[in-house]
Design a protein around this ligand. Structure first.
Ligand SMILES: Cc1ncc(COP(=O)(O)O)c(C=O)c1O
Length: 541
């Protein structure tokens, strides 16, 4: 499990920082560079002579050169990166600099090409370099570049609110724009508090959420986040937050491991238990992601979300689906709530709304929650300068147009099983314990011992993820995320335009790196690894 300081988002950049402190260049012919980028890499002047050392990978070399533009050194001086150990870059480490994106690929300042295995940060749904989205910004910027939605409105925000309301399930008709997913969560918490105060239920203020879930970094969103290591430095946070089990079936308690449906019911019933324990009249809300990200993609067992819905309805508690990641096609629907057939009272979303071309999020509330604000003098005492930004809204609308025109949701649905099958080929590698997820959103949990499901301890996890895996994946041309907020996992959430060819590319890189990880971290010899292909692939279909 994670160590107290192990919360950092371990994307590949972090691993480069904490690993060999040197930036990578592929030297094999299979290094993934196209002719164009290779030429650029060759022509780019290296200010400092390169020193090559051979890594644990025979075909990868690392260089300690500094590029002409010196982005890395400049970044170190003034750019404070998020969830990053800046100190790891201080002793000669080079910060990976991403300069360009094209479709499902990104390029670094050396011209090296990587497949974007996590859509930036679960965000670049339509991929990089979409002219239409850039044009949408240009057009709107020249018409009305900025205006707030504080007592005034403008056409793009109105159109986007209409569109989101029409796509959201049930009667979730009222859209409150934010600039991020965390702000949407914060907004939901505040709306719920005000709603109960003005409807005569002021004792309701407690919020229930799930273990290891991440809901953002602002004080309210952090309070309901279920990752102690992320919170400890900022406590005391907002009081009245309670945690219940998530739906990680692989790590279910031994007496609930036989039947996933039964496990789902057990998990949901823990919510009821918590409500009863705290007193229903004091509980305001339950926050769940339809498919939990943090910890490595925990899908909801069939019936789980319906049971949560029923419990919330029974006890007058607001059900919030935090769809910051799962909305906008990630699971093959505009909203994952639709996929799982549940209608919460609130949906929070962000990330993929603009495919990352503008920071934008929203809280979408149902008629019941809006009702006390519909008439009279009551306003929701909350807002953001950039909420509903006209250019952001224009991009979001163009994003949705492309979703429709190109059938993005249908594409994700039709390739979900092929993606899953491709990843499940990795079950022949001993370190692969569990592969789980849905749509274009998958987690691979690594274990020390597959038979017993024994996980790595904190030190081993640190070595595996920071010391080896993330860097090795990046060096081999895959930008993705190795995460230890729960047990160690690799997360994959590529742009929604990926095809089988890209899945194969991802699988090939993972295979190479995970075989090496098995050798290094499970002590499995190369000979044994060769014959590991005979280990029967585990299929969960
Ligand atoms: C489920 C969930 N909620 C909230 C957030 C916070 O979103 P943001 O970083 O846009 O504030 C995230 C970010 O990853 C998330 O995954």
């Amino acid at each position: 499990m994670s160590s107290p300081d192990a919360f950092e988002h371990l994307d590949t950049a972090g691993a480069v920082a904490s690993g060999a402190h040197i930036a990578p260049v592929m030297t094999s012919s299979g290094g993934g560079e196209d002719g164009d980028s290779r030429a650029r890499a060759q022509s780019s002047a290296l200010v400092v002579a390169k020193t090559a050392t051979t890594s644990t990978f025979d075909n990868v070399r690392f260089y300690t050169e500094v590029q002409e533009d010196n982005w890395s050194e400049r970044a170190k001086k003034h750019l404070w990166m998020h969830f990053s150990r800046m100190g790891a870059y201080e002793n000669g480490g080079s910060i990976p600099i991403i300069t360009k994106g094209e479709g499902v690929y990104i390029f670094d300042d050396r011209g090296k090409k990587y497949i974007d295995g996590i859509a930036g940060l679960f965000t670049s749904q339509l991929g990089h370099g979409r002219q239409e989205l850039a044009d949408a910004y240009d057009r709107q910027a020249m018409t009305l570049g900025y205006f707030p939605i504080w007592s005034y409105a403008h056409p793009r925000a109105i159109e986007l609110a209409e569109r989101l309301a029409s796509l959201a399930p049930g009667d979730l008709n009222h859209v409150f724009f934010t600039s991020s997913g965390g702000e949407a969560v914060e907004t939901a918490i505040k709306l719920i508090k005000q709603y109960f105060k003005i409807t005569g239920q002021g004792t309701r203020h407690k919020v229930i959420s799930r273990a290891v879930a991440y809901h953002g970094t602002t004080q309210g969103a952090l309070s309901i986040t279920g990752i102690p290591a992320a919170k400890v430095m900022f406590e005391p946070l907002i009081t009245g937050h309670f945690k219940v089990p998530n739906t990680n079936f692989y790590r279910a308690p031994p007496n609930h491991r036989q039947d996933v449906i039964e496990f789902g019911m057990w998990c949901a019933n823990r919510i009821e238990e918590m409500i009863l324990f705290e007193g229903p009249e004091s509980v305001a809300a339950v926050f769940v992601e339809p498919l939990q990200n943090s910890g490595g993609c925990f899908p909801p067992p069939a019936g789980y979300l319906q049971r949560v819905r029923d419990i919330c309805t029974q006890y007058g508690v607001i059900m919030v689906c935090d769809e910051t990641i799962t909305a906008f096609g990630r699971l093959g629907e505009y909203f994952a709530s639709t996929r799982y057939g549940v209608v919460p009272d609130i949906i929070t979303c962000g990330k993929g709304m603009t495919s990352g071309y503008f920071p934008m999020g929203a809280m979408i509330a149902n008629e019941k929650l809006y009702e006390p604000f519909r008439y009279g003098t009551t306003s929701f005492l909350h807002g953001f300068t950039f909420g509903g930004h006209p250019a952001g809204a224009a991009i979001a609308l163009a994003n949705l147009d492309i979703f429709e025109r190109e059938g993005i949701n249908e594409h994700v649905r039709s390739l979900e099983v092929p993606f899953q099958k491709t990843l499940e080929k990795l079950y022949d590698i001993p370190i692969v314990g569990d592969i789980r997820g849905a749509g274009f959103f998958w987690g691979i949990e690594m274990v020390k011992n597959r038979e017993t499901r024994e996980s790595f301890n904190s030190d081993e996890s640190e070595q595996l993820l920071r010391g080896f895996l993330s860097k090795a994946l990046f060096d081999n041309g895959l930008y993705c995320r190795a995460d230890d907020r729960g047990d160690p996992v690799i997360q994959l959430a590529p742009p929604l335009i990926c095809t089988q060819e890209h899945f194969n590319e991802i699988e090939a890189i993972l295979r190479r790196v995970l075989l090496e990880a098995s050798r290094l971290f499970q002590g499995i010899s190369r000979d044994k690894l060769k014959s590991s292909k005979t280990i029967k692939a585990k299929s969960k279909l």
